[in-house]
Design a protein around this ligand. Structure first.
Ligand code: DGJ
Length: 714
């Protein structure tokens, strides 16, 4: 029930999952988040009032008569003179708002505020809610209560930061190197990360994190945000000269993209905030909340063979049958037929849009392959790229008006392709019917859903309106519709590798394709930083052929397998060319994954903050703390030989663990010339000792890794 302004409490305190949010409801036009972070315990009204009073700034020389406050939707009318929460206008008028709190709904874990500006004839709604693991969600809306159209320029959620947060971390990257970290000082001013690519993009920042200088994965207070949206967006870290610092997240709207007619509403995507002592604690909140979803993939993640790097566009039934035989032999449980199966798709210049099976390459349809795959006990999956069109396709020839464009000429091509306007009702209906037809005709358990170009000039037609927002919404609607009509279907979000990784897409897909780069050396960082939001069981990680296609490096199977272990394992390799000995080794690694995938899908991900940059130590600790697996990797040569001790984070401090090297057969890469003491006889130590004293690692060649097991003995 909405509480009217006269009955509103002066303060509110939301608590869940170890997080507190303290709200001051009476010191400004709008609520102020006085504290977001550590759980402050039960607080009396007087204590809440004290916190609010303590946070209020003084008037200062040269400033406004009342120092502006960072409210939930800060505005110039409240003296906030840096980035406002809402930007919009009514043909130039109402460019500035005074949205005031007019009512609220409060529960112990959530608050919804209704704000009104009667002069500007606008209503705002803000919902702050804490999830089970203490993630703070912010959802904002603006409603046009006037007669004339209101144009929304931006609506962004703000997450206030503690004064100690003086270092920023974001991710950047490109194809084959997604989510590459970058850090710098968080000084006064704004640091912006935007996507204008119609998808998050390979360079998108998955998170924007601010923390104490030098924060790591194990320690250092961090607060950060993620936007659950698969289109254009803007993340901002802003520090003001008045002692405030804030992270903001919102959709990036093109001019005129959202114009609200009288009574219309715009809803911002979910902006999600996490915090913790170290990045692992920050990430754990995301993983825990995702895992608590009723539809989170909970059956063991099927080992997946994908045909792309095995055959690329060279589809022929005998080869693919043989590949399936080999895949089943090594323990794969899902066979995915990648790009190349549909009408005239012999390379990447033609065919996108013509979603029927190519009659020349597949004269009897996909049935014979699917029967064979299923006969071997594997599920069948199929690659699609429904949002894309090759100009060389029947679709483009018949419906040129279905392509996104802003002028007569088409936008600059990417991979020789253009994008379909999925928000066009007929284009949507066509794509939906083709996908339903495929899923009705064949027993397809899985779609690998690709999106292989950045959008540019994504308009509804020559001199038309910007359509990125509408296309993301149409995509979500299509995915939801498919999942509803085809129960049990799983979908992978792929976009030239990992260019569409966000919680908007992950609400309706079951896995992301992390990167087209399968090189374990590159994957270490890609997976480490993707894991800041995405739990391991949703992160596609495949065994590569020894000669890595994208980097040209030669890597060992053991290094590839141990890097892929803490993910959703798959194989991307032409197994038809491998001998029995290699297939047996692969089968051993697949069996190892299958043995531990339950732990990987439910345990807590940890990374040691090691001083030696040549070493990488990561692990998964069981939810009950009873066991853990760690992968220790030698990335390059260390300055020390043998290297200094490594530490094993995440174990229960007081419990004692038996720690052993679990080197599966064929691992190799050992350089040590005498056995380690704890290899000869496993050591028993407490979790506290393992995390602080640690133990000498085996001496390894660069680009080698070993598995370390910890099992509680009491
Ligand atoms: C890009 C994907 O990331 C690859 O895995 C593969 O599916 C190709 N597209 C196919 O065109």
């Amino acid at each position: 029930m909405t509480i009217p302004p006269s009955d509103l409490p002066a303060h509110a305190h939301l608590r869940a999952g170890g997080t507190s949010v303290v709200l001051d409801l009476c010191s400004a036009d709008q609520p102020i988040i006085v504290h977001w972070g550590r759980d402050l315990g039960e607080l009396s009204d007087a204590e809440l009032a004290g916190l609010a009073r303590a946070a209020a700034p003084q008037r200062v020389s040269g400033g406004l008569d009342e120092t502006g406050r960072l409210t939930v939707l800060p505005q110039a009318s409240g003296g906030w003179l840096t980035t406002p929460g809402l930007v919009g206008d009514r043909d130039g008028a109402d460019f500035s708002t005074r949205l005031r709190l007019t009512g609220a709904t409060l529960t112990p874990t959530a608050a919804t505020f209704v704000l009104r500006d009667d002069a500007a004839e606008l209503e705002g709604r803000i919902t702050l809610s804490l999830g089970v693991s203490g993630l703070l969600h912010q959802r904002l809306s603006v409603v046009n209560r006037g007669a004339d159209a209101y144009r929304v320029g931006a609506l962004s959620a703000g997450f206030p930061l503690p004064a100690t947060a003086t270092e920023l971390l974001t991710t950047t990257g490109h194809h084959l190197r997604e989510r590459s970290p970058q850090r710098h000082a968080f000084t006064i001013g704004g640091h912006v990360r935007e996507s204008r690519r119609g998808r998050p993009g390979a360079d998108a920042t998955l998170v924007m994190v601010a923390g104490t200088p030098g924060f790591g994965f194990e320690r250092g207070l961090v607060h950060g945000i993620h936007l659950a949206w698969s289109g254009d967006h803007r993340l901002l870290a802003e520090r003001t000269p008045t002692g405030d610092a804030v992270l903001r997240a919102g959709e990036l709207l093109q001019p005129g993209e959202i114009v609200l007619a009288s009574g219309d509403r715009y809803d911002s995507p979910d902006a999600v905030g996490s915090w913790g002592d170290g990045l692992d604690a920050f990430a754990a909140r995301f993983h825990e909340e995702l895992r608590a979803r009723p539809d989170h993939p909970s059956r063991p993640r099927p080992v997946t063979i994908n045909t792309w790097e095995a055959v690329y566009f060279r589809h022929d039934l005998p080869t693919l049958r043989l590949l399936a035989d080999r895949a089943a032999r090594v323990g794969a449980e899902r066979f995915v037929l990648d790009d190349g199966w549909f009408h005239r798709r012999r390379d990447d210049t033609a065919g996108l849009g013509d979603w029927w099976v190519d009659a020349e390459v597949w004269p009897d349809g996909l049935g014979p392959l699917i029967d064979h795959v299923r006969g071997l006990g594997m599920e069948f999956g199929l690659w699609v790229e429904p949002e894309m069109v090759n100009p060389d396709s029947e679709l483009a020839a018949r419906h040129p008006d279905w392509l996104l464009r802003a002028r007569d000429e088409l936008p600059p091509p990417g991979r020789q392709q253009q994008a379909l306007d999925l928000a066009h009702p007929e284009a949507y209906a066509y794509i939906a019917s083709r996908l339903h037809a495929l899923l009705d005709e064949y027993p397809i358990a899985y779609l690998k859903w690709d999106h292989n170009r950045d959008l540019a000039e994504a308009g509804s037609g020559p001199r038309g309106r910007a359509r990125t927002h509408a296309n993301v919404r149409a995509l979500y609607r299509l995915l939801d519709e498919l999942l509803e009509r085809h129960p049990g279907l799983e979908i992978e979000s792929c976009a030239s590798g990992g260019a569409r990784v966000d919680l908007g897409i992950l609400q309706r897909t079951h896995r992301i394709w992390t990167s087209d780069c399968l090189d374990p050396l590159e994957r270490l960082d890609i997976q480490r930083y993707t894991g800041l939001v995405v739990p391991p069981e949703l992160m596609g990680a495949h065994l590569t052929s020894p000669a890595v296609h994208s980097t040209g490096r030669t890597v060992s199977l053991a290094f590839s397998a141990l890097t892929a272990l803490f993910g959703h394992l798959g194989i991307e390799w032409d197994l038809t060319a491998e001998d029995d000995e290699t297939l047996d080794l692969i089968a051993g690694w697949v069996a190892l994954y299958r043995e531990h995938r339950g732990l990987i899908a439910t345990g807590r991900r940890v990374h040691a903050d090691l001083a030696d940059p040549a070493l990488d130590l990561r692990g998964v600790v069981a939810a009950d703390g009873g066991e853990a697996l760690y992968v220790h990797a030698q990335v390059r040569t260390s300055s020390a030989h043998p290297p200094a001790p490594i530490t094993l984070p995440g174990l229960d401090a007081d419990r004692r663990y038996r720690i052993s090297v679990a080197v599966p057969e064929g691992a190799g890469g050992y350089l040590g010339q005498s056995p380690l003491g704890w290899e000869v006889e496993p050591v028993v130590m407490t979790g506290l000792a393992a995390a602080s004293v640690g133990l000498r690692p085996p001496v390894l060649q660069p680009q080698a890794a070993v598995l370390i097991a910890a099992a509680a003995v009491d």
